[in-house]
Design a binder for this molecule. Sequence first.
Ligand code: NAP
Length: 264
Amino acid sequence: MLIGQTAIVTGASSGIGAGVAKALGAAGANVVVNYAGHAEGANHVVRQIKDGDGSAFAVRADVGSEADVRGMFQVACETYGTVDILVSNAGVQQDAPFLDMTLEQWNRVLRINLTGAFLCAREAAREFIRRGIIRERSCAAGKIIFISSVHEIIPWAGHVNYAASKGGINLFMKSIAQELGLYKIRVNSIAPGAIKTPINRTAWETPEAEANLLKLIRYGRIGEPVDIAKAAVWLASDESDYVHGTSLIVDGGMTLYPGFSTGG
Ligand code: NAP
């Protein structure tokens, strides 16, 4: 499905990014597995892709650093010739009640979740436009997929930096989709609900926490990285060629506000 294409997945050493990287590799893409701190996680993902006869390598880069992002794209292009797909997934939480939130906590989340998306998307778009369309590979010049969150829609007390970063991703995505469509670059987001990863371990690791979380999910199960990975492969492929500037919610019905199912 993605044979001959190259994908960069940021934050692919863990959780959703790791799942997306493996699924893109299984769909035939060469995969650049980005990480910030956990080389062993990234190397494990690379090994899994190679075990499935795919091609991948790991690159350390802080997505909030312009120099690191440029370096990552440069090494990707040196290795595979170009980049066709960006999955901008790297993200963090630094939770605190609003009144206690420090500027450092605010800045760290905005820098990684929003500025990181800007730096990676800009670099990707420049490379897509430089190279242009290669029809045997894809009818688009390139695909950008942001991993946003249902918190681009649902307000989240105690996590205002995170919700602001994801709300920002939504209009950033739509605005660059407006700007880049004419170059045949497709830009979309996936907005996951609750997915079992280290970022939200406390929300599902005990039976009590899991039961509480399930009250928010109409479909009755917590998501797995593979649920997001399948959507990412579709959005990266020509199967979704007319999907542009949209946010695909993959949340088991969290945004149906199940609390209102009995009348509110
Ligand atoms: P995770 O398992 O904690 O993974 C986060 C990833 O981001 C790790 O690979 C981490 O790399 C990377 N990262 C952190 N800072 C970075 C930086 N400065 N530069 C490059 N990479 C960096 O969390 P996750 O749940 O998979 O989250 C992935 C994305 O999904 C995030 O954007 C998150 O907001 C979003 N999301 C998650 C959920 C959920 O329920 N899990 C729901 C909605 C949205 P290292 O480990 O190498 O530092």
